[in-house]
Write a protein that binds this ligand. Sequence first.
Ligand SMILES: Nc1ncnc2c1ncn2[C@@H]1O[C@H](COP(=O)(O)OP(=O)(O)OP(=O)(O)O)[C@@H](O)[C@H]1O
Length: 260
Amino acid sequence: MVDTSAAPPAPTDQTSDALVELRGVDKHFGPLHVLQHIDLTVRRGEVVVIIGPSGSGKSTLCRTINRLETIDSGTIALDGQPLPAEGRALARLRADVGMVFQSFNLFAHKTVLENVTLGQIKAKGVKPAKAREIALDLLDRVGVRNQADKLPAQLSGGQQQRVAIARALAMQPKVMLFDEPTSALDPEMINEVLDVMVGLARDGMTMIVVTHEMGFARKAANRVVFMDGGQIVEEADPETFFTAPKSDRARDFLSKILTH
Ligand SMILES: Nc1ncnc2c1ncn2[C@@H]1O[C@H](COP(=O)(O)OP(=O)(O)OP(=O)(O)O)[C@@H](O)[C@H]1O
């Protein structure tokens, strides 16, 4: 179970360097201005939770960070390097940004172990024996090592999502993006995935997490970013945000989700 009573970790040292930096990012889908002049800095080791109403642009924001979506204007940098739009540099970047989606996206006909080794061998050139060793360690870390020889369909949703996390970690990402990683799970499986994510946060992984799991935010986040209508409306540490949101939009949103 995720213990929601514990205080969040100490905020990251404000002087530490920026790992992900978005400046003036704009994006349209046709007439829809889905991202409106987004400025966001995520520091090394920081855990940022993004919340906001459906359609506010949270997923699109995540997807721009590993270039699954292009942007119209502005800049996005990872570890001081501007994001490439295409080519081999883009493939390298994708390895630096681990992404875990709502759906698990595992290869259905490959074993759990193969799902975690394949990317390392293909994208990183890791030798198969070493890739297997790394994969088994990661499967151990997320608590599914004993499922290594099974096919994804033989696992529960929570176990599959933990494999997806292991697969992303196998690429040794600089930052992990999670887009509603527990929203497709049965309630009893949500905590097992959140526990793995809390462990990653404690180990110092830089994380951007779209979630409405307030327990996770209180326990693991350094900062909550509230989006509405394609804009970042407000950001604050979790305790401040949940107890004293500044904007009416955030207050309205919180009153809706907390009464559900
Ligand atoms: N490929 C696309 N083409 C056109 N419109 C899109 C596309 N992807 C998303 N949108 C629209 O952009 C807006 C923002 O979508 P996005 O998925 O980023 O929101 P969200 O805050 O993540 O929502 P949710 O919480 O429901 O997942 C929505 O109105 C959505 O319909």
